[in-house]
Ligand binder design. Structure first.
Ligand code: ADP
Ligand code: ZN
Ligand code: ZN
Length: 768
């Protein structure tokens, strides 16, 4: 007798096949089993989703047989399948696309035999007792955070948000929380996620060292920088339970970990947790969701009942329908620990309402603070302002005493500086002073290349990209004009292509030009030993070669650089010990952006950048963060001056509440790409019209705005448009989107939209 199975395979995102396909097998394969099945003329990897009672409406003869089973691999757990099903439903993608994208690519290509060979090498058990001799003593705040986190274990299991200043020692808290979970249960597994693993090569070594006692290969990496073979190896180790700790980027949220007991999301506010193509999931939100799923059950067979996408925050408590049997097995606990110095306003709001537990660490390690005042108390204190002109003429620098070892923030009012000056005289003087003292400075500017535009001084020619509605950036180093959107690159013309004038000049400034400019300005400045100042630059251009980022970082750490110039790449995460001055040259753009999240991103970037300064306690008292701005009185900078995230968040949340924006409202973007803007917008408008006509579920609570061109309207000759859809109810929005999908497919098939290139839904978009 044969069995009918529902099997999920990778289906093209926009094919009509969204759900599992029916196959036949001689054996009753359990859900989660990995198989190979015929699909068209090929044989592809599939995941058994469900066993069917009968073949339903399909004629028996139309059903094909499962080709083979990937023996030796345990089935993927029901929790994993539910996570995948939820993701597909919530982010409006096909189940097959999400499920197969969550598996290592090499698993698709290996033959059963090759796989068996990989599975054959078990790692010898080399574990021994943990060596606790050189464990550092916890700070009082770290100890307190851990105690509070543990105390919650017996209560409601809320997600926890570790609100810890940069340098407060969050990593040690993650390590201790992980160590505890791993020690309690010899099978337990921990997942630690970081935004960009390539930027933190130190971290893996640190985790490996701390958990060396668990034996070899118990800590494994999972990120896109791995080779396919490495990725498969890590995945197999996690899936088999061999790996006890997975350290990865956003993709790791889908790692198959049968005994997952703790998820850590470091820098939880970081935009890179949001996938920007395919299924545009938020790994942070999914981590919170997954922890709840993992807490609820053992491995009970499940239907993909979340594919309709229930609201993230409104899942039934454990013991809900269909899960009763697991009670006797014993409910296992899986917690999630988010951490940040500048949490996402969504997570912060959740701590204000008590939905998340908050753990506070507002002091830097080693900061000689005299009181244990909390951040919120401090923000209530009187602002300490004094002006300290240091040579500049009409200088207005506002000071504040560095909070708990954090650097003093100085705002330079650019309205009172020489016109067109890039580095204000007082800032330049401060940098020169550091160089003379043998200290390091870090200057950042969020624009790489030499100059954002090259322009003719005679006519109106500018270096625009012929394929995009954007300028090509001038890169002096190889004399090219490069489009940062489509990549189109050309040599710089000898003369203006339009009028023949040979006077064409760079306009504006990127990191490359800033580096050159600083070299000129600091030419006469010497180091304590009389040698000339050393300036270096780190950005996407300087780190293109593999390994170059590591070596450049190493030379900064080794003290071989006095002034480091770079993009936000250098503002994130690195533990530079000798930097005593950080400067943001031109951060004003984000203050008046049309994207409501721009201030949040700027604030967190500046706080992170500030956190780079004065990490070494010896210097922290004298460390400074400089901000050049035309709006020194802006509330964002006022809050920054006091290192006062809670005040910043309160102001932003009030604004968002008034406007019904996240986290008080929910949104999705529908994007459309076409040869012409008319077709792109027309498609969106027609689909919205269809939704109105059909009165989709939830429509009464959903607002669809008119279609508009995207900010960068054209990229690589493709016109781009978007439509914003909003609702005060996540549930209404979800219901609406799910019902809208088939209409979007239908609209796409209409003759007038034949030239549409693609469309996509972005749920909970992070940039508008
Ligand atoms: P965060 O992630 O909060 O910015 P880190 O985890 O990078 O901070 O810690 C900052 C520095 O303090 C690191 O160099 C770390 O090794 C050190 N550190 C952390 N905890 C302690 C402690 N209890 N005692 C001494 N040093 C510590
Ligand atoms: Zn010209
Ligand atoms: Zn271009």
């Amino acid at each position: 007798m044969s069995h009918c199975l529902q099997i999920v395979v990778a289906t093209p995102a926009h094919s009509a096949i969204a759900g599992p396909l029916t196959y036949r097998s001689a054996l009753p394969l359990s859900p989660g089993t990995l198989v190979r099945v015929p699909f068209g003329s090929r044989e592809v990897l599939g995941v058994v989703w469900e066993l069917l009672q009968d073949s339903g409406e399909m004629p028996e003869t139309a059903i094909r047989d499962v080709a083979s089973v990937l023996d030796g691999l345990a089935p993927l757990s029901s929790t994993w399948r539910r996570l995948v099903a939820f993701t597909a439903g919530y982010y409006q993608r096909s189940l097959g696309e999400v499920a197969l994208a969550a598996l290592p690519p090499q698993l698709r290509d290996l033959t059963t035999l090759q796989l068996a060979r990989r599975l054959k090498r078990p790692v010898a058990d080399t574990s021994h007792a943990p060596d606790t001799t050189d464990l550092i003593a916890l700070s009082a705040q770290q100890a307190c955070a851990i105690a509070e986190f543990d105390a919650e274990t017996s209560a409601k299991q809320r997600p926890a948000l570790l609100f810890g200043a940069t340098g407060s020692g969050k990593t040690e808290v993650y390590l201790r929380a992980a160590a505890k979970v791993l020690a309690q249960d010899p099978e337990a597994q921990v997942l630690v996620m970081v935004p960009e693993i390539n930027l933190t090569p130190q971290l893996q070594a640190r985790f490996e060292a701390r958990f060396a006692h668990l034996g070899r290969e118990r800590v494994v990496p999972m990120h896109s920088g791995l080779t396919p073979a490495q990725r498969l190896k890590s995945w197999l180790a996690a899936h088999s339970g061999q790996a006890r700790l997975v350290l990865g980027t956003r993709m790791a949220v889908f790692a198959s970990m049968p005994n997952l007991r703790l998820l850590v999301v470091d820098e939880e506010h970081d935009p890179s947790y949001k996938q920007q193509e395919g299924a545009r999931y938020s790994a942070r939100d999914l981590a919170v969701y997954r922890a709840r799923l993992e807490s609820r059950s053992g491995d009970t067979p499940q239907k993909a009942e979340f594919s309709d996408g229930p609201p993230l925050g409104k899942l039934a408590p454990s013991g809900g329908s269909g899960l009763r049997e697991t009670k006797s097995v014993g409910v296992k606990i899986c917690r999630v620990l988010l951490g940040s110095a500048t949490p996402s306003l969504e997570s912060w709001q959740a701590t204000l309402t008590g939905r998340y537990q908050r753990l506070n660490m507002d002091e830097r390690i080693g900061a000689s603070s005299t009181s244990g005042k909390g951040a919120s108390e401090r923000s209530a204190g009187p602002p300490q302002a004094s002006s300290a002109p240091s040579g500049g003429s009409a200088l207005r620098v506002v000071n504040s005493v560095g909070a708990a070892g954090l650097p003093t923030v100085r705002r330079v009012d650019m309205n009172h500086q020489p016109r067109h000056c890039v580095i204000a005289p007082p800032l330049l003087a401060a940098i020169a002073e550091r160089v003379a003292r043998g200290e390091q400075s870090m200057i950042f500017l969020n624009r790489r290349g030499y100059a954002p535009v090259l322009a003719c001084l005679d006519c109106d020619w500018k270096s625009d990209c012929p394929h995009c509605s954007a300028y090509r950036v001038f890169h002096k180093i190889d004399r090219t004009l490069r489009c940062h959107h489509c990549g189109f690159t050309e040599r710089v013309p000898r003369a203006c292509p339009k009028c023949g004038n040979i006077d064409i000049a760079p306009v504006g400034r990127g990191t490359e030009r800033l580096e050159e400019h600083l070299a000129e300005l600091l030419a006469g400045v010497t180091r304590p030993d009389g040698s000339p100042v050393r300036i270096a630059r780190i950005d996407a251009d300087s780190t293109r070669l593999k390994g170059s980022l590591e070596s450049q970082l190493a030379s900064v750490h080794a003290g071989e650089v006095d002034v480091l110039v770079g993009t936000q790449m250098i503002a994130k995460g690195h533990d530079f010990r000798h930097i005593t001055l950080v400067a943001a040259v031109n951060p004003d753009g984000a203050l008046f952006s049309s994207d409501f999240r721009a201030p949040e991103r700027l604030f967190s970037l500046l706080m992170q950048a500030a956190g780079r300064a004065g990490r070494d306690a010896r210097h922290s008292a004298a460390s400074e963060m400089w901000v050049q701005t035309f709006h020194p009185g802006h509330p964002l900078f006022e809050a920054l001056k006091r290192h006062d995230y809670p005040a910043f968040a309160a102001e932003q949340l009030a604004e968002r509440q008034a406007a019904g924006l996240s986290p008080f409202g929910f949104s999705a973007l529908i994007r459309a790409d076409a040869k012409t803007q008319e077709v792109a917008q027309g498609f969106l408008s027609a689909a919205a019209q269809a939704a109105r006509t059909q009165q989709l579920p939830g429509h009464a609570h959903v607002t669809a705005y008119p279609a508009v061109p995207m900010t960068i309207q054209r990229v690589a000759n493709i016109e781009r448009a978007q439509m914003l859809v909003e609702s005060p109810s996540r549930k209404a929005l979800q219901g609406f989107l799910a019902a809208w999908q088939p209409l979007l497919f239908e609209t796409r098939r209409q003759a007038e939209f034949k030239s549409l290139v693609r469309w996509a839904i972005d749920v909970d978009p992070i940039a508008i």
